[in-house]
Design a protein around this ligand. Structure first.
Ligand code: F6R
Length: 610
């Protein structure tokens, strides 16, 4: 939540900051601002609303200088107004902040007593006054920042500028992400990788407690204990083009259609077709010979990643016969779960920065659990805090609604379940070979489904005036129903709910009225006949059924107003195929309604506050 960036170099800072903020805008977009140090001092420009407003302002009033900081906001404390927008200033100290300061009321009281005047409703403003306070007492900016780190409770990634110092920016991090890297005679810090990609693919991931400074010719890094540290940059397997829209109307659309290619990347190097085996060497530590070093799996995640986790439970229990539970990370961390050194925790996260998932995982490790993260962002906090990570290799996901990361997570979970099954001796070579052969067809099967996009658009336009839409499914496709409803509500603002089809009779069926669209995820598997009965029940009450079904299922087609076909496949991979119509349906409804598909209201992509 919130994107921050700082630049020091030889080039004009404004276009670099604006480009960086555009690449970070998915993190928050209710106000934006920059501060640039030029020959005439520091200029701060801020606007309420999206970056486009700031861009227009800067076109009218250009700001020149080669050092600057920028911010795109997702409001926590204080409404999304210009006065609450960052950067905030206290005398010579100007800052941008991502995070939440929990003791800001107490600090504010102290600072007001010291004569500081507050102009915003934000928690952030205490930080710049506090640094200014210490500077006033004789500290250098660097020393003041080092002190302030100790005085703040909560989470922060900060970039600090002193109007009296040319060519230097200070930074500090705890709880919110920050990466640093540089090009030729220039250095940057930012909340996330995409902002730095045009300049470098070698990035330093800052750890909690780190602070330091950047100048044109270098990055100085200090650890929590104040000692200078050298940290090796990590090579990022993405390039700047991957974080661009590439001719599509929306990032979400691009990311939906990229999925067959992403699937190739997820599978690459992890399948030994000739041996009928899965390679996940990073997980070898989970075995003592053919014996597992854990007794049960506990999956933790939020939102879409949680839905992937629910599918994972079906796969892991059924294929590897290991008990698995799935929790929302925000609940798990506060419910005193039973965790010990025989528990394998699997946090699932696209961003690798979700605050609740990270905190739950850290807590689990403190109880001795082993942690294998399923994560998309190399070097992210969640992957760093895990014993090992299965990277999903989906490339940068910019659209706020998660799509390609979801199907990549499903594939990673399937690989994990197969790997455990094989190592435990639960799957013979023939079975493994058959499953692997099918996995390798996935990119093609996904393309087949995506080829139905125009048909799905027509259905989407038909249902776009509905007051609510229900999604039902069973087995491994029940979480897909939940995901279908989440996708629709988050980008089209239509009311949608997902249900286990067998639960309808226990209450939700009361919602069915004449013409209510019910999306039934009912591929041909062991549960299909059951879903068919549930379809009959909603039809009898007037629902307009949209069936997502295996091609050629005439029985289901007869009972549906609309059908969307997926190719024949085993139950283990159908969720990857049925997820695609869910995404397309939501996308086309939202596009038809004209909502802001990539930046839906009130949301931010990376949820770094709890
Ligand atoms: C919905 C969506 C969110 C995320 C959730 C967790 O489309 O994207 O529900 O799935 O915020 O985010 P990550 O996976 O980054 O931990």
């Amino acid at each position: 939540m919130c994107g921050i960036i700082g630049y020091v170099g030889k080039s004009e800072a404004t276009p670099i900051l604006m480009d960086g903020l555009k690449r970070l805008e998915y993190r928050g977009y209710d106000s934006a601002g920059i501060a640039v140090a030029g020959p005439e001092g520091v200029t701060i420009e801020r606007v309420e609303g999206k970056l486009a407003g700031l861009e227009r302002l800067l076109a009218e009033k250009p700001v020149h200088g080669t050092t600057g900081i920028g911010h795109t906001r997702w409001a926590t404390h204080g409404r999304p107004t210009e006065t609450n927008a960052h950067p905030h200033r206290s005398g010579d100290i100007i800052i941008v902040h991502n995070g939440i300061i929990e003791n800001y009321i107490e600090l504010k009281k102290f600072l007001v007593g010291e004569g500081f005047e507050f102009t915003s409703e934000t928690d952030t403003e205490v930080i710049c006054h506090l640094i200014a306070y210490h500077c006033r007492k004789g500290d250098t900016t660097f020393r003041a920042l080092a002190r302030v780190r100790e005085e703040l409770h909560g989470s922060y990634a900060l970039v600090v500028m002193n109007a009296r110092e040319q060519g230097v920016l200070y930074f500090a991090k705890r709880g919110s992400p920050l990466v640093a890297g540089g090009g030729e005679k220039e250095n940057l810090v930012a909340s996330d990788i995409p902002a730095l990609l045009p300049y470098t693919r070698d990035m330093i991931f800052l750890e909690d407690g780190d602070y330091g400074l950047i100048r044109e010719n270098g990055i100085e890094l200090y650890g929590a204990d104040g000692k200078r540290i050298e940290r090796k940059p990590q090579r990022i397997p993405w390039n700047a083009l991957m974080a661009e829209r590439g001719g599509y109307k929306h990032f979400m659309q691009k990311e939906i259609f990229e999925q067959p290619t992403v699937m190739l990347d997820v599978l690459a190097g992890r399948i030994q077709k000739d041996r009928g085996a899965i390679t996940l060497e990073e997980l070898d530590f989970l075995f003592d010979g053919s014996k597992l070093v854990f007794d049960r799996v506990s999956i933790i995640a939020c939102g879409t990643s949680y839905h992937a986790g629910l599918v994972g439970k079906y796969l892991i229990e059924s294929l590897a016969r290991v008990p698995a539970s799935v929790d929302l990370a925000s609940e798990f961390r506060y419910r005193e779960p039973l965790i010990d050194d025989r528990t394998l925790i699997i946090p699932i996260s696209q961003s690798g920065e979700t605050a609740d998932t990270l905190a739950a995982q850290v807590m689990a490790r403190e109880h001795g659990a082993k942690v294998v993260a399923i994560c998309n962002v190399v070097g992210s906090s969640i992957s760093r805090a895990a014993n090992a990570s299965i990277y999903t290799h989906a490339g940068p996901e910019i659209g706020v609604a998660s799509t390609k990361a979801f199907t990549a997570q499903l594939a990673a979970l399937y690989l994990l379940a197969l790997y455990l099954a094989e190592k435990k001796g639960m799957a013979d070579r023939k079975t493994m070979a058959a499953r692997i052969d099918e996995l390798l067809t996935l990119p093609r099967l996904m393309k087949n489904v995506l080829n139905c996009a125009d048909h799905i658009r027509e259905i989407a336009e038909e249902i776009s005036d509905a007051t609510h839409v229900l999604f039902i499914g069973r087995g491994a496709n029940y979480p897909v129903a939940l995901e279908g409803a989440l996708k629709l509500k988050e980008i089209s603002y239509m009311h949608a709910e997902g249900f286990a089809a067998g639960e309808l009779k226990h209450g939700p069926i009361a919602l069915i009225d004449h013409g209510v669209p019910v999306v039934a995820v009912a591929p041909r598997d062991a549960m299909r006949q059951k879903v068919l009965s549930n379809i009959e029940e909603v039809r009898a009450r007037g629902a307009a059924v949209i069936s997502v079904m295996t091609e050629g299922d005439a029985e289901l087609a007869e009972r549906s107003k609309y059908t969307i076909e997926i190719p024949e496949a085993s139950w283990c991979i159908t969720p990857i195929l049925t997820a695609l119509p869910m995404q397309l349906l939501a996308y086309y409804v939202a596009d038809h309604k004209g909502t802001d598909v990539d930046q839906p209201r009130n949301l931010a992509k990376s949820v770094t506050v709890e």
